[in-house]
Design a protein around this ligand. Structure first.
Ligand code: NDP
Length: 318
């Protein structure tokens, strides 16, 4: 993608930051945010990204230009878990302001989440048309925030004739920010904390490496339409969380303690038919992607990880 004018929200976040940095090489990219993390703002600017302060809870878009060709709306107010009214209002109003402000754009991409699904069955492959109404006991306001914003995207895509895509992200991970759920789990392992897993079986997800996120954002923009298109957005492979923990342990030598209980944080797996038909397959396999991410974020384990990867390659070529 070249020569386009792109607006990104959530540009200091784990998902949108690598996208903004990569696109800034050949496009005019603006990031909006509060920039509590000044180092992240400076790093974005050093990569050629223009930044402007915007708090989605309170601010209009004022002096921000309007002539963007593409918008990536990745910022989220997840809420405090208690105030549903506030979570719904902030995400809905901010999304409405953005879409209205950028109504002449060619494409608007909203990053939603698999948390919107009513996830009753650990082995079901959720389709875009499946029942909504997800519950998240770990942060009950979060699914409400995402479902509410999805509604605004649907409504304004048609009311403003603004082509839109709602991409329901599974679990993104990679060497940015906190690294995603896998790296948060690794930090728990390293701290000697037990990792919560189900009593029987395991939770599954579709890990998506940020390299694929970066590559796929322009592809998603290209399939925006009115009415808004809804796409499940996850990695090709179904990854067991317990398998993930054991893989990270084998790579680094950090022991994993499994806490088999009834309250592990559930994940979901997606049906990929819509995504595959629109933007194709992913390019980073989860075992390789996790090894690369651990080596980038925890360099003290790099030699051990490299040795493990080499030994695995040698064994599989014999
Ligand atoms: P992070 O928690 O890493 O970042 C959140 C971003 O939102 C930050 O850039 C933050 O910017 C911005 N933000 C938060 N509050 C405000 C506010 N009041 N005003 C302006 N900006 C705000 O998020 P991720 O990158 O992990 O997630 C990005 C999107 O992807 C979200 O919409 C999330 O729901 C979705 N998603 C993520 C998944 C994942 O695996 N990471 C999985 C499923 C969905 P700043 O602090 O500078 O204001």
């Amino acid at each position: 993608m070249q020569g386009r004018k792109i607006l990104v929200t959530g540009g200091t976040g784990q998902v949108a930051r690598p996208v903004a940095e990569s696109l800034a090489e050949d496009n005019e990219v603006w990031c909006l945010g509060r920039f509590g993390d000044l180092a992240a703002r400076k790093a974005l600017e050093a990569r050629g990204v223009r930044t402007a302060t915007w708090d989605m809870a309170t601010d209009e878009l004022g002096e921000v230009p309007r002539d963007f060709t593409h918008v990536l709306h990745s910022a989220v107010h997840r809420g405090d878990g208690k105030d549903f009214e506030e979570a719904a209002r902030i995400n809905a109003v901010a999304t409405a302001r953005l879409m209205t402000h950028c109504r002449s754009a060619e494409s608007f991409l909203y990053v939603s989440s698999g948390v919107v699904y009513n996830r009753a069955d650990r082995t079901h492959r959720y389709r875009e048309s499946d029942p909504l109404g997800g519950a998240a006991p770990w942060l009950p306001t979060y699914p409400v925030a995402k479902i509410t914003a999805e509604g605004v995207v649907r409504g304004l895509a048609e009311a403003l004739s603004l082509p839109a895509v709602i991409a329901r992200l599974n679990i993104a991970y990679g060497p940015y920010g906190h690294g995603g759920v896998p790296m948060i789990l690794f930090k728990e392992m390293r701290g000697g904390q037990p990792c919560a897993v189900p009593r029987e079986g395991q939770n599954y997800c579709n890990l998506l490496h940020t390299d694929d996120v970066v590559r796929q954002v322009p592809l998603l923009w290209a399939v925006a339409r009115t009415p808004a298109r809804v796409v499940n957005w996850g990695g090709d492979e179904e990854v067991g969380i317990t398998d993930l923990l054991e893989h990270m342990s084998a790579l680094t030598g950090v022991p994993v303690r499994l806490d088999r209980n009834d309250y592990s944080r559930e994940t979901a797996i997606f049906d990929h038919d819509v995504r595959r038909s629109l933007i194709g397959d992913c390019s980073v396999g989860w075992r390789t992607g996790i090894a690369r991410t651990l080596a980038a974020l925890f360099p003290e384990y790099r030699d051990r990880i490299d040795a493990h990867v080499d030994a695995h390659k040698a064994a599989s070529s014999n």
